[in-house]
Design a protein around this ligand. Structure first.
Ligand SMILES: [Zn+2]
Length: 146
């Protein structure tokens, strides 16, 4: 929650939740909402957000995070059942280098079909390398530093 205890008026998602901007909702309960992305990467591309204004993965409450993921699962199941999705990607961005453009925590649910024109997997493998055990152990030590 923000310090004001309400929805900031300069946040597009809060404006949607307050009914000041339009959205096509798939789901809404007291804690979480899901609506169709206005700039879909794939047909059915859906955003799932907490109703409270959290900025990113660092400040979202445990309860809201859990509920967001539960609804992302429900939306995924609807995509498979009713849109013919054969696969699902769930994506999130925290911070500008990761591609975050709206600073209200959200998760993208992307329905995937064989032959659609976005190939994460080949890009992923072209960019990654097989790490040595030593490299991984050193990184784990760094990550877990007190
Ligand atoms: Zn917001």
């Amino acid at each position: 929650m923000n310090d004001l205890g309400g929805h900031p008026d300069n946040c597009i998602f809060c404006r949607i939740l307050d009914g000041k901007e339009e959205a096509t909702f798939l789901y809404r309960n007291s804690r979480v909402s899901a609506f169709l992305d206005i700039h879909p990467l794939f047909e059915g591309h859906t955003l799932v957000i907490p109703n409270d204004h959290y900025v990113d993965i660092s400040d979202v409450s445990e309860e809201s995070l859990g509920e967001v993921m539960k609804v992302a699962q429900e939306v995924s199941n609807l995509m498979r059942k009713n849109l013919g999705a054969e696969g699902i990607n769930i994506m999130h961005a925290t911070g500008r280098p990761a591609g975050q453009t709206i600073y209200h925590f959200h998760v993208h649910v992307l329905p995937r079909r064989t032959g659609d024109d976005v190939e994460f997997q080949s890009w992923w493998f072209s960019r990654s390398h097989k790490a040595s055990r030593e490299e991984l152990e050193n990184l784990a030590g760094k990550l877990l530093r007190k």
